[in-house]
Design a protein around this ligand. Structure first.
Ligand code: 6PG
Length: 476
């Protein structure tokens, strides 16, 4: 037994993680259900480092130093359970099973409990950055016991992305915490992508510009506060020309966005926790709307616009308005996502350090961005910060763009251009800063039709009004 870490599941993510470990000087045991994949990895990358192939799970496990560290990189769900079931009888006390797939965090909580009962560590780990990240340095979000992190952490940190020399990997929290944080990362990814798409649509309709011209605007934006992986690739994608037709690539792609489910889980969890993650929710529903083919056909045929076309007189100031609206909406989406992390952390006793999460998202992952530094700083200033938007830096940054944001949302509404994430983020902003909300009326209505009771602004207690009787108030 000489391998320091093993990877089972050698589809593209598993392969690249294995190669990444090997390139960092680790001896890596590799295994796959069908040996052909293991063989092809050896053929392709065997020269990059010390890879130890095994045909059987038993040989694979036997090739690992103790405590064994086994990274499972298979499809989330039943496939993961099947591999764990095969693996567990071969392991010994103190060994560490790392699930690096996109598991749903309740599954991770369940698996961690089951393996702990057998004396094993189960580390549900978020890994972000796609194929390239897995090979060159992903952002890694490991959960599980602190004890497991002592031996596993340094290896994961070694292969993670680095920003200013700091690894984009840190201990997240017990059991499901790592996969939870990865789930919220993906929810934020959906929001970021939707906001970028809305900005693109507004620029397209407002300027009548070509995809390539808009691509240049995004490239320009990528030199400022918005600098991020998603803005950068947007610039590239928009400037890409379809080889077959010579048309802008984005114009020949069917406008129906798909998803594998992590955004949906994030929204479901937001509803469970009662945390208004409206940016992520709008982004997820916007994908659903795009894919609602019969509804869109019916809508296209029947619904009038009664809209006034966008008229842009000053090109530069319109572009700047859209940029500011995008930045402000983005801050809202992150603020909401970090609220969700805080709420789940409190509910599950995870004690997640939000500033550290922003830090490990600065590199490697899909939502990597310059402004994550600002989020880390905000939580360093106040680790208990209850609203990221209320951190002075973000209050100022969003405040400066507020007039532009309002103009853009109003223009979109007037012109009949859907901007669900821009506009709902602005409504959230106005809702969360409101002195008084019309929720009071909702409470009154609930009490009227269902005796659901209400509280008063002027004294403590719970009350009910005799709506169908003499309308006197009773202490409930
Ligand atoms: C990552 C990504 C990745 C995700 C895909 C696709 O962090 O590397 O989040 O994990 O699965 O981006 O997600 P959808 O198919 O749901 O859009």
């Amino acid at each position: 037994a000489r391998a320091q870490i093993g990877v089972t599941g050698l589809a593209v993510m598993g392969r690249n993680l294995a190669r990444n470990f090997a390139r960092h000087g680790y001896t890596v045991a590799v295994h796959n259900r069908s040996f052909a994949k293991t063989q092809s990895l050896m053929d392709e990358a065997g020269g990059e480092g010390d890879l130890v192939p095994s045909e059987s799970m038993a040989d694979f496990v036997a090739s690992l130093e103790r405590p064994r560290k086994v990274v499972v990189m298979v499809k989330a769900g039943a496939a993961t359970d099947a591999v764990i079931d095969e693996l567990v009888p071969l392991l010994e006390e103190g060994d560490i099973v790392v699930d690096a797939g996109n598991a749903h965090f309740p599954d991770t909580i369940r698996r961690e409990e089951a393996l702990r009962a057998q004396g094993l560590h189960f580390v549900g780990t978020g890994v972000s950055g796609g194929e390239e990240g897995a090979l060159l340095g992903p952002s890694i979000m490991p959960g599980g016991t602190r004890e497991s992190y002592e031996s596993l952490g340094p290896i994961l940190e070694a292969i993670s992305a680095k920003v200013d020399g700091t690894p984009c990997c840190t201990y997240v929290g017990p059991n499901g915490a790592g996969h939870f944080v990865k789930m919220v990362h993906n929810g934020i990814e959906y929001a970021d992508m939707q906001l970028i798409a809305e900005a693109y649509d507004l620029l397209k309709q407002g300027l009548g510009a070509s995809a390539a011209e808009i691509g240049q605007i995004f490239a320009e934006w990528n030199t400022g506060d918005l600098e991020s992986f998603l803005i950068e690739i947007t610039a590239d994608v928009l400037q890409h020309v379809d080889a077959e037709t010579g048309a802008a690539f984005v114009d020949i792609v069917l406008d129906q966005a798909e998803q594998k489910g992590t955004g949906r889980w994030t929204v479901q969890n937001g509803l469970d926790l009662g945390v208004p993650i409206t940016g992520i929710a709008e982004a997820t529903f916007a994908r659903a709307l795009s894919g609602s083919v019969p509804q869109r056909e019916a809508g296209r045929a029947a619904l009038p616009a009664h809209a006034t076309a966008l008229e842009v007189t000053d090109r530069d100031s319109f572009v700047e308005d859209v940029r500011r609206a995008l930045y402000a909406s983005k801050v809202v989406a992150y603020s909401q996502g970090f609220d969700q992390i805080a709420a789940a952390s409190a509910e599950n006793g995870w004690d997640i350090d939000r500033g550290a999460m922003a830090r490990i998202w600065r590199g490697g992952c899909i939502i990597r961005a310059r402004f994550l530094n600002r989020i880390t700083e905000a939580y360093e200033r106040d680790p208990q910060l209850s609203l990221l938007l209320a951190d002075p830096y973000f209050t100022d940054a969003v405040g400066e763009g507020l007039a532009a944001w309002r103009r853009v949302v109003a223009q979109a509404a007037t012109a009949g251009i859907p901007a669900p994430a821009f506009s709902s983020s602005l409504s959230y902003y106005d809702g969360v800063r409101a002195e008084r909300l019309p929720a009071a009326l909702i409470q009154a209505q609930r009490d009227f039709f269902g005796a659901h009771t209400y509280r008063r602004t002027d004294r403590d207690g719970t009350f009910h009004t005799q709506w169908s009787g003499d309308r006197t108030e009773q202490e409930a």
